[in-house]
Design a protein around this ligand. Structure first.
Ligand code: GDP
Length: 406
């Protein structure tokens, strides 16, 4: 019981700060003995962990099941876009093919050759695919349930890896039922398909299978969002952040989720910016590290899909031009981020309420002291909080305009 509650405590701490309880204690004691300089490297490490942790997602299933189309959908691409996985190909290679997310190369989807086309039994197949490197597996299945799929599920479970069973092309199922003259009760049919998948998996010894019915062409319908939420919920905090920031901006909820993740970084960046070595910026009252500020704002912009490449991709998938998308944005943060822009943000920075959660809950004296000692921490905190607010609002405007949401 005690174990469970301390595990929960660790999870809560991580959720609020990205740091484990142990890491926070280390921060505290390092600060007490060596001041800001001694915690800089710990914070730096965490920031780079947040940027560079690799997330490898294996997508497996028979040829034609819809793996490539699913991978493209998860990367916010259509099948004919540049960089999209090629669709409708006969499998010619026995090697997994990696498809990095267009904005975040550390999020990579791997298209594994269909187990049927390799002729390996499930255990050899997974070994051949170097199963250890994947954080989890998505088994894509279309049409009737196949024996290979159960074998694969069982073997992934035996290897203590997590898998999600995805039944694809639900839209096509309904289309063909309708074409056959059937009046379709979608809810009832979905239940039947879901039960059938669950039964087959249970028969194979998977007691609580995670089954998702999706269409990669209609991502707002069926279980596509529920699948993303399940993946997100199951990931540890650092990977969860990476996964969430790679989402397509499809709803206000997603954009707000990204904002929350980015907000949690601000105190770390402010601590780094206020540490020794910060150079005065003419026009700002406190010495801040300009490269940290520019880097952070550029990163926020990319995460919120407001960088040039993301806007180009959005324009291609909607009937809007990049110019039209840019025209709905009020922020000055879309162009080059330079000292002038930063100074203006600093002037405009209204008083920001420092979150009690971040600074008080885990009694991190570190922050209190830095905050008390000088104002470069506060200035960076304010500038980044305001920039994030500005960019989030713009991201919502762009998303609503692009998808015709009021
Ligand atoms: P892979 O061989 O598993 O990578 O499958 P592909 O992604 O190449 O898809 C095979 C065919 O199924 C292509 O013609 C796709 O357009 C089609 N397809 C894939 N996913 C869907 C879907 O969700 N709905 C419909 N209607 N067709 C799909």
């Amino acid at each position: 019981m005690e174990g469970a509650s301390s595990r929960q405590q660790v999870a809560e701490t991580e959720k609020a700060t990205f740091f484990t309880k142990e890491e926070l204690s280390k921060l505290k004691s390092n600060f007490e003995t060596g001041g800001v300089d001694k915690i800089k490297s710990l914070i730096n490490q965490k920031v780079s962990e947040l940027d560079s942790t690799q997330l490898n997602i294996a997508v497996t299933g028979e040829t034609g099941a819809g793996k490539s189309t699913f991978i493209n959908a998860m990367r916010g691409l259509r099948n004919n876009d540049d960089g999209a996985a090629k669709v409708g190909l006969t499998e010619t290679t026995m090697e997994p093919a990696g498809f990095p997310h267009p904005n975040f190369s550390n999020v990579c989807y791997w298209d594994l050759p269909g187990i049927g086309s390799t002729k390996f039994p499930a255990d050899k197949y997974l070994k051949q695919m170097k199963f250890e490197k994947y954080n989890f597996f998505i088994i894509i299945s279309a049409g009737r349930f196949k024996e290979n799929e159960t074998k694969l599920a069982k073997e992934i479970k035996r290897l203590r890896k997590k898998f999600y069973f995805v039944r694809s092309k639900i839209d096509a199922d309904f289309d063909s039922m309708r074409k056959g003259g059937k009046e379709v009760n979608e809810e009832k049919e979905l239940k039947l398909i879901r039960n059938n998948c669950c039964e087959n998996l249970r028969e194979a010894g998977i007691q609580t299978p995670s089954v998702f019915l999706i269409s990669s062409f209609e991502q707002d319908r069926y279980d596509f969002n529920r699948l993303n939420k399940a993946l997100e919920d199951d990931l540890p905090i650092i990977m969860k952040s990476i996964f969430v920031l790679a989402y397509r901006n499809r709803s206000v909820e997603i954009i707000q989720k990204k904002k929350k993740m980015l907000q949690k970084r601000i105190w770390m960046l402010a601590t780094l910016s206020g540490a020794v070595g910060a150079t005065p910026i003419p026009g700002l009252s406190a010495a801040c590290d300009i490269s940290i500020l520019i880097g952070a704002i550029t990163h926020f912009r990319k995460c919120l899909c407001l960088d040039e490449a993301s806007l180009q991709r959005l324009a291609k998938t909607t009937d809007k031009s990049v110019e039209e998308l840019k025209a709905v944005v009020k922020t000055s943060l879309l162009g080059e981020i330079n000292t002038n822009i930063i100074v203006r943000l600093g002037w405009g920075a209204t008083a920001v309420a420092l979150s009690a959660l971040e600074f008080g809950l885990y009694s991190i004296p570190v922050i209190g002291s830095i905050f008390g000692a000088g104002s470069s921490f506060l200035m960076t905190y304010k500038i980044l909080t305001n920039a994030l607010e500005d960019l989030t609002e713009s991201a919502e405007r762009v998303m609503k305009f692009a998808f015709g949401i009021n």
